[in-house]
Ligand binder design. Structure first.
Ligand code: SAM
Ligand code: SF4
Length: 349
């Protein structure tokens, strides 16, 4: 990780810039994903090893510091903010942060405050999330079979997640389901997941497994290209491409038979980096400019160096100037090692 002290140490040169963040490839950064904790109450086999070592709690930014960092990004043009993890809803007092950040929704500075969750704690938090202005959330669900759910999450309880999804919908929050497509695990269940999602008013997005962090599993055994999934689905369903642009990596189709939407996130078979509008902040204040690269910027030092956000703003500008063109993910027999050593739970996907 690098931190260039030059631009922010020289206070005289700091004119606080709230100009839009544009990277060297002309992409405007308007989306911040924040991993508020690296901890989780599940141990999904494609995401974590069973015996994970987590960060010592003392290394975490406080919720006040996370709020200040997020607010600095919002001042610099972030319009969409997603809390993720680990499991964001297991971070102690997380609703304090959500409630504080919701002031940016009220002011109009932020268009969307949302989260990605495994759903285990949703029944507790759904109404409060809705009160804070959270309108849509992503819930990860890879199977509808409770036994298989336990196998893939190692520790998860299927019924609690179902309860959580219902609680979110009852609170008026739109739910989108995310499922990682896994060879020999859920590959034949995808039509059922699709029908379930669409029958219950949810979009479904399928994700290709990415080589991030050691999990104790062989990724070549898990990896299922979504091009194969799509071909198989087309034997049963009529999939019509729709130009829905979320500014994100998913490509969407409408499923004529169900009337619902299906997204494909294909980092492996189709590189989507050319339209990347996002950066990722970890719970220690490290900014990753790309999910699939190791280069990162230490914003915690700038945050703690001064109460003046000008330092932070300059450190953010310096980081955005280093945003790389794209990732180099590859999974095959010759590449058994993860492309990046950190787990997905560090940056939250
Ligand atoms: N715990 C929350 C959840 O599961 O939704 C948020 C964090 S989780 C890291 C975010 C998303 O990343 C989930 O949809 C999960 O399925 C996905 N994910 C985790 N590891 C992955 C991997 N190696 N490849 C592809 N997706 C992964
Ligand atoms: Fe936890 Fe989400 Fe990773 Fe599963 S995918 S282990 S729920 S962080």
């Amino acid at each position: 990780m690098t931190f260039n002290a030059g631009p922010w140490r020289d206070a005289e040169r700091l004119a606080r810039s709230d100009a839009p963040m544009v990277d060297p490839f002309g992409r405007t950064v308007s989306y911040l994903r924040v991993s508020v904790t690296d901890r989780c109450d599940f141990r999904c086999t494609y995401c974590m090893a069973e015996n994970m070592t987590f960060l010592p709690k003392k290394d975490l930014l406080t919720l006040e510091e996370l709020d200040r960092l997020c607010s600095a990004f919002i001042a610099k043009g972030v319009r969409k903010l997603r809390l993720t993890g680990g499991e964001p809803l297991v971070r102690k007092n997380i609703m304090f942060l959500v409630r504080n950040l919701s002031r940016h929704l009220q002011s109009g500075a932020l268009e969307e405050l949302t989260l990605t969750t495994n759903g285990s704690q949703l029944s507790r938090f759904a109404s409060e999330l809705a009160e804070c202005g959270v309108r849509r959330i992503n819930v990860s669900l890879d199977t509808l079979d409770p036994d298989k759910f336990r196998t893939i999450t190692r520790w998860g309880e299927f019924d609690k997640v179902m309860e959580g999804i219902r609680a979110a919908q009852d609170a008026g929050i739109r739910v989108k389901l995310n499922a990682v497509a896994l060879k020999d695990f859920n590959e034949h269940e995808i039509p059922e997941l699709l029908r379930y999602a669409h029958a219950n008013g949810m979009d479904l997005t399928l994700i290709e497994t990415m080589p991030m962090g050691e999990t104790g599993e062989d990724r070549t055994d898990q990896y299922l290209p979504l091009s194969t999934v799509r071909e198989r689905l087309e034997q049963t369903f009529t999939l019509a491409d729709i130009p829905l642009s979320t500014g994100g990596p998913a490509r969407y189709v409408e499923v004529k038979e169900t009337g619902g939407r299906l997204g494909f996130i294909t980092p492996m078979t189709h590189n989507f980096c050319e339209s990347c509008n996002r950066v990722r902040l970890t719970c220690t204040g490290t900014l990753y400019m790309c999910l699939g690269q190791d280069d990162a910027a230490d914003l915690r030092t700038a945050l703690r160096a001064s109460d003046d956000d000008a330092y932070l703003s300059a450190a953010i500008d310096e980081a955005i100037a280093r945003k790389p063109k794209g990732h180099d993910f590859i999974i095959d027999r010759a590449h058994r090692r993860p492309a990046v050593a950190r787990h997905m739970s560090v940056t939250g996907g």
